[in-house]
Design a binder for this molecule. Structure first.
Ligand code: COA
Length: 432
């Protein structure tokens, strides 16, 4: 049977497809903006048929209805990155959180978290019967390779991207056709504080560097200050709209990359249609699974790679909490440590943790004497290097505890200088 006939044979409605899920199954949902919204909705509408279905999901940009209290007996969310629509369920004990480096998620699926069912969204098959994972390859393709059942939502609006990001129709079990808008993320509004942080970060970036850009407004703010740079490259677990402007201006051209020369190496993306149109059928885009892009050993093969990520708090030793406020899990490690480790190992690699100096409308300092009780150390004090706020840059690697504290206080908000200096003098028994 040719792939065309196979495709037709596997076609079914969303309702029929999700009725293959059984009570007690572990269901992995396609990631971030690649979430197959129609299948996720159909699964929730079918909730009465299931009990204790475990939903494993990372950045949840869809409705996350499987987290609602009324579905407590039907679904239990196991999050590997807590987001807006899943935070409450975890806080209220209706969901769980599994800490894991993003690079290791595929291995987790191959070992302890075997997926019974994967719900994924794909581009339509090409003339050879291959569908692309489009804007979310990350853990979704690796999950497809080990799931018992793969259910695919085929969407003509899903960009067809290149890289190691294809699956053949013969490897799909059920196919649901649904042309609907792909989830979009509007570019964040960039404040004057974020602009100042962006400018400080940009001063650490040189012509020919390869960039990893994390999640949030700060990476976009950094991009604003790179317009006059030349020959930048991208090796990043994710990108958003900001990259397109610089690519179209020729600033990002990947020409100086020693690994994957000429290619944007990415694992997923979150942005608007502008971004999705840019990557569609674009041979310079190389979408790879997350256990390639985020493997510190792969990252380290780049030269001049700069990683830029954000955080919640940094203590005076340089311990970075990026994922919880005290015990309250608000996100996850994601790829932060993968990139910090990889860039630290790379020739002329630089790692930046960038953040506003305060949070909660200026009421709390993000540079603190001690992390909040229960806070997670995401990036350790041995791994951290540059910490950047709107007040400047603190270079920490190789510095003593006393010098780290001094440098960090210098970039803290002036409102908190007195209390931080008092802690410095108590701790180091020396004047600041
Ligand atoms: N004390 C109290 N609250 C704090 C805080 C602090 N020190 N720092 C942040 N917050 C609060 C903010 O006020 C905000 O609250 P709100 O949602 O009620 O407005 C919330 O935490 C999120 O902070 P914000 O600054 O808006 O987040 P962001 O979008 O810039 O993201 C991180 C910052 C740290 C959450 C994000 O970068 C992250 O998840 N990092 C870890 C993962 C990672 O780095 N991956 C790398 C590659 S993608």
């Amino acid at each position: 049977m040719g792939w065309n006939d196979e495709y037709k044979k596997k076609l079914c409605s969303a309702k029929d497809a999700v009725s293959r899920i059984k009570s007690g199954d572990r269901v992995v949902l396609g990631h971030a903006a690649g979430e197959p919204s129609l299948l996720a909705d159909a699964m929730v509408e079918n909730a009465a048929r299931y009990q204790d279905v475990e939903i494993v999901h990372m950045v949840a940009m869809g409705k996350g209805r499987y987290c609602l209290p009324e579905y407590e007996k039907n679904f239990r969310h196991n999050s590997i990155f807590v987001g807006a629509c899943t935070r409450k369920a975890i806080e209220e004990g209706r969901g769980d959180f599994t800490p894991i480096y993003f690079s290791e998620v595929p291995k987790l699926f191959r070992t302890t978290l075997h997926p019974n069912v994967l719900l994924a969204q794909l581009s339509p098959p090409d003339e050879h019967g291959y569908c692309s994972f489009g804007i979310s390859n990350d853990y979704t393709k690796p999950a497809a390779e080990c799931a018992d059942i793969v259910i695919a939502q085929i969407n003509r609006n899903m960009p067809r991207t290149f890289g190691d990001c294809f699956i053949h129709v013969s490897d799909l079990d059920y196919i649901v056709e649904a042309d609907m808008p792909v989830i979009e993320l509007a570019p964040p509004e960039i404040t004057s504080v974020e602009k100042a942080i962006g400018e400080n970060c940009a001063s650490l970036i040189h012509d020919g560097d390869t960039l990893q850009l994390g999640i949030g407004a700060i990476p976009d703010a950094v991009l604003l200050f790179l317009k006059d740079k030349h020959d930048l490259g991208i090796h990043s677990e994710m990108i958003s709209d900001g990259v397109v402007t610089l690519a179209e201006a020729g600033v990002i051209n990947n020409k100086k990359k020693v690994l994957n020369n000429g290619k944007f190496v990415i694992s997923f993306m979150m942005g608007t249609r502008k971004l999705y149109d840019f990557v569609d059928n674009n041979p310079s885009i190389c979408m790879m699974p997350i256990d390639y892009v985020n493997d510190p050993v792969v990252i380290a093969q780049n030269v001049n790679i700069v990683s830029i990520n954000s955080c919640v708090q940094v203590d005076l030793m340089g311990q970075v909490c990026s994922e919880s406020i005290g015990l309250r899990q608000i996100s996850a490690v994601g790829g932060q440590v993968d990139f910090v480790r990889g860039a630290n190992m790379a020739k002329n690699g630089r790692t930046i943790i960038a953040m506003p100096s305060t949070a909660a409308g200026g009421k709390v300092s993000k540079i603190v004497s001690f992390l909040d009780a229960g806070a997670t150390v995401t990036t350790s004090r041995c791994d951290v290097n540059y910490v950047v706020t709107e007040y400047g840059i603190a270079q920490l690697k190789g510095q003593t505890l006393r010098e780290r504290a001094r440098r960090l206080i210098e970039i803290a908000h002036p409102d908190f200088h007195d209390s931080l200096k008092a802690e410095f003098e108590k701790r180091f028994k020396r004047p600041f």
